[in-house]
Design a binder for this molecule. Structure first.
Ligand code: GLC
Length: 593
C-alpha cells in the first residue's frame, strides 16, 4: 500500500525515513504528521547545560548547543561524542524520531575542545589573503567537529569590522566587504561539496546584519547608517555565503537605526529570505529575542515579533520551557500563523534531512583521530605564517640568523598558548596560560633557531644585555570575547608591555616587536624605538608559524586586512575615508633576500 494513503503506520513512518525519497517529499510527509507541540519543539534550541536527555524527549527539542566553554567532563573528544550520542538517542526516542541538530562555536578550529587544533582567528586569515587556505581550514574544522558529534557550526562570522574598538574585530576577515565575501570559502570547507557528505557540518553566516558597523564600535550597539550603506558594506558577504550554499544565518544583536535586528521583518523576511532567496534556516543569537523591547527576558510580544519577522529557530539557552509555552499560546491565539510555523519547520527539517541526520544520527567516531592531528597542526602552522604582516624592518634586522644568532625573547605573550589563541578558546572568553596543547611562539623560536644559536627568555626582559643580536618582544592583548573586548578608551599597549620594551631598548639591542592582538593597537609613539614590527594577530596553537617568518623559513606575505590608526582619535578609520593612517589597508613588507 502506498504511504500516505491511509496505509499502515509502518508504511507512513517509513516515508520520511526513506533516503531514496526526494528531500522535499520526506519533509512534507513528516510535516503532515507532526503536532503543534512537535513543530514548536523543532524551533527550540536549548543549551546543553540546562536540559536532561529526558527533557529532549519530553519536549521534542529540535536542537541543542554548547555555548562558549560549555563542555562535557572530562573535556575530551571521546567524552564529547558520548555526550552528543546521549542527547541524540533521547531525540530518537520521540514518536517521529526526528534527530537533534547540535550547534557549537568552532570559530577558529574546534576551540571548545582541549587538544583540538586552534587556527588563527579570522583577522589573521584575512591578512593571509588565501581563500583556498580558509576552505581547507573549514574542512579540517569540520572533521574535528564531526568526530565529536556536533553537526552545526556557528561560523563563519562574515562581519565587516569598521571600528577597531569593537571587541569582535578579530572575528572579522577585514574592514571591506570584499574580504569576508572572498573568505566565505569557509562555508564550502565546513559543508563540503554537498551537505551530508563525509565530515559535513552546517555552516552559519553571522551575524546578520551590520554587527561590525555600530556607532563607536560598541558590541550589540546601534548601526546608524543608510540602507544604501548597509547594502554596500554589510550585505555582500551574506550574498556570497548564500551563493556558496550556507545552510544557516544567525541574526545579529545590533540594531539598525534603532530597531533590533532580531525583530526586523524587512531585513529577515523581505531582504534575506525573499530578495536574497535564502532557503536555509535562520537562528537567533543567544537570548537575542529578549533584546527587542530593551528589557530583560522575553515577552509574548517579543516571541511573536521575532518569529513573525522570520526567525526559524530560537536560541533560548535556559528559559526554553517558557518559550515553548509562550509560542504555543501565540499560535493558538492566531497571532503567529501556522504558515510561519510550517515554514520554519520546513527549513529546519530540510537541513536535517540534507545533513543525513536521519540515516546517520550518531557521532562519526572515525574522525576522532583528526582532533589535533599532525596534519591539521601543519595546516595551522602554515596559516599562521601566511597571516603574519611585516610592518617595519629597519636595517633588515629580520630575518633572524638561523645559524648561531644570539636571540633574547621577552614579553607576556611569548610563552602563553592562551594569550596567543585569544577568545573563544576552551572557554568563551579564553584565558592566559597553558590551556591546551600547542607550540608557543617562544617554543617555536627555540625549535627554529640554529643548533649553535642561543635563545634566552625572560618574560619581563630583565637580564637582557648588549651581547645579543636581537631582542624579540612578544606583546599585545590578553584574551577576550564579544563586548568584554570593547575598547572605548585608549588602545595602546599596557604598562607591563611598555616596561618590558623599555628594558629591551635600554640595552641598545635591536628590538623586534611581535604584536599578538585581535586588532591594530595605538603604537605610533613607541614605533620609532622599534627596529621591526610584525602584526601576528591571534595565531592559535601553532606558534612555530610565527618563528617560520621571523627566521625566514617562510617570507612574510601578509597584508593588512584593516587600516592601522596613527592614533586612537582616528577611529573609525577605514580604506578610502581620507584619513592619514600609520599603515594603510593592504600594507605589508617582505624580505628582500
Ligand atoms: C554568542 C555570539 C554568537 C555565538 C552564540 C552561541 O553570544 O554572539 O556569535 O554563536 O552566542 O555561542
Amino acid at each position: 500500500m502506498l504511504a500516505g494513503t491511509g496505509g499502515s503506520a509502518t508504511a507512513e513512518t517509513a516515508a520520511h525515513l526513506d533516503p531514496k525519497r526526494p528531500v522535499h517529499d520526506r519533509v512534507e510527509r513528516l510535516l503532515d504528521r507532526m503536532t503543534l507541540d512537535e513543530k514548536i519543539g523543532q524551533m527550540t534550541q536549548a543549551e546543553r547545560g540546562s536540559v536532561t536527555a529526558g527533557d529532549v524527549t519530553a519536549y521534542r527539542l529540535g536542537s541543542l548547543l554548547s555555548g562558549g566553554g560549555s563542555v562535557p567532563t572530562p573535556n575530551t573528544p571521546e567524552s564529547w561524542a558520548d555526550m552528543y550520542d546521549g542527547f541524540q538517542r533521547a531525540a530518537l526516542a520521540t514518536p517521529r524520531r526526528i534527530p537533534l541538530i547540535y550547534g557549537v562555536d568552532a570559530v577558529h578550529g574546534h576551540n571548545n575542545v582541549v587538544g583540538a587544533t586552534i587556527f588563527p582567528h579570522n583577522i589573521g586569515l584575512g591578512a593571509a589573503r588565501n581563500p583556498e587556505l580558509v576552505r581547507r581550514i573549514g574542512a579540517a574544522t569540520a572533521e574535528e567537529v564531526t568526530g565529536t558529534g556536533p553537526d552545526w557550526n556557528f561560523a563563519p562570522c562574515v562581519c565587516v569590522a569598521r571600528n577597531d574598538r569593537w571587541g569582535r574585530t578579530y572575528e572579522s576577515f577585514g574592514e571591506i566587504p570584499e574580504l569576508p565575501a572572498q573568505m566565505t570559502t569557509a562555508v564550502s570547507g565546513l559543508q563540503g561539496p554537498r551537505l551530508g557528505g563525509p565530515a559535513s557540518v552546517l555552516a552559519t553566516a553571522k551575524h546578520y546584519v551590520g554587527d561590525g558597523g555600530t556607532t563607536g564600535g560598541v558590541d550589540q550597539g546601534n548601526t546608524e547608517i543608510s540602507e544604501a550603506e548597509l547594502r554596500r558594506i554589510h550585505l555582500p558577504p551574506f550574498q556570497a555565503a548564500i551563493r556558496r550554499g550556507a545552510g544557516s544565518v544567525m541574526i545579529s544583536f545590533n540594531s539598525w537605526n534603532g530597531v533590533k535586528a532580531h525583530g526586523h521583518r524587512y531585513l529577515i523576511t523581505d531582504v534575506l529570505k525573499k530578495e536574497l532567496r535564502f532557503s536555509g534556516l535562520v537562528v537567533s543569537d543567544w537570548n537575542g529575542i529578549d533584546q527587542i523591547d530593551g528589557q530583560p527576558g522575553f515577552t509574548a510580544a517579543e516571541v511573536r515579533t521575532s518569529i513573525n519577522a522570520g526567525i526559524d529557530m530560537v536560541m533560548v539557552p535556559n528559559d526554553w520551557k517558557r518559550f515553548i509555552e509562550t509560542l504555543k499560546a501565540e499560535v493558538e491565539a492566531g497571532r503567529v500563523p501556522m504558515s510561519r510555523i510550517d515554514d520554519a519547520n520546513r527549513r529546519i527539517l530540510t537541513k536535517k534531512v540534507q545533513l543525513g541526520l536521519f540515516e546517520r544520527p550518531l557521532a562519526d567516531r572515525r574522525y576522532l583521530r583528526t582532533v589535533g592531528s599532525g596534519e591539521h597542526r601543519e595546516l595551522a602552522r602554515r596559516a599562521v605564517a601566511e597571516s603574519q604582516v611585516l610592518l617595519k624592518n629597519e636595517g633588515n634586522v629580520l630575518p633572524l640568523d638561523r645559524r648561531d644568532g644570539r636571540i633574547f625573547v621577552a614579553g607576556k605573550n611569548a610563552d602563553d598558548i592562551g594569550n596567543q589563541s585569544g577568545g573563544w578558546t576552551i572557554t568563551w572568553q579564553g584565558s592566559s596560560g597553558d590551556i591546551t596543547p600547542g607550540t608557543t611562539i617562544l617554543e617555536g623560536i627555540r625549535q627554529t633557531a640554529g643548533k649553535r644559536g642561543t635563545v634566552t627568555y625572560s618574560k619581563d626582559g630583565s637580564g637582557v644585555d648588549g651581547s645579543y643580536d636581537a631582542a624579540v618582544a612578544v606583546v599585545g592583548e590578553t584574551p577576550y570575547a564579544e563586548f568584554m573586548g570593547d575598547r572605548p578608551g585608549a588602545m595602546g599597549l599596557d604598562a607591563e608591555d611598555l616596561a618590558t620594551l623599555q628594558r629591551l631598548r635600554a640595552s641598545g639591542v635591536p628590538v623586534v616587536v611581535v604584536l599578538v592582538s585581535g586588532r591594530p593597537l595605538d603604537v605610533s609613539a613607541q614605533l620609532p624605538q622599534w627596529n621591526a614590527l610584525v602584526a601576528s594577530w591571534l595565531p592559535g596553537t601553532e606558534g612555530r608559524g610565527v618563528a617560520d617568518v621571523l627566521f625566514g623559513v617562510r617570507k612574510p606575505t601578509g597584508k593588512l586586512p584593516v587600516t592601522w590608526m596613527k592614533d586612537v582619535g582616528q577611529q573609525p578609520i577605514n580604506k578610502g575615508d581620507g584619513k592619514d593612517p600609520l599603515f594603510p589597508f593592504g600594507y605589508g613588507l617582505t624580505y628582500r633576500r
